[in-house]
Design a protein around this ligand. Sequence first.
Ligand SMILES: [Zn+2]
Length: 67
Amino acid sequence: MWEVSCRDLGLTECDFVASEPSMRKLENKMLEHARDEHPELVAGITEDQHEAMMKQIAEAAHETAVH
Ligand SMILES: [Zn+2]
């Protein structure tokens, strides 16, 4: 599983942790959460900002030891 938390992205006041079997699902989950809980972060962002956010998620994500 792939895991990333809002804390990993610098949102220290949020306890949300996304855990998904693939990076793509993880990114979607995180975006969904951001739209619901952190609308100020995603409202009206440009394509470049969106890409930067995706990159940040990909860099912060880590694979959990499940085999
Ligand atoms: Zn959050």
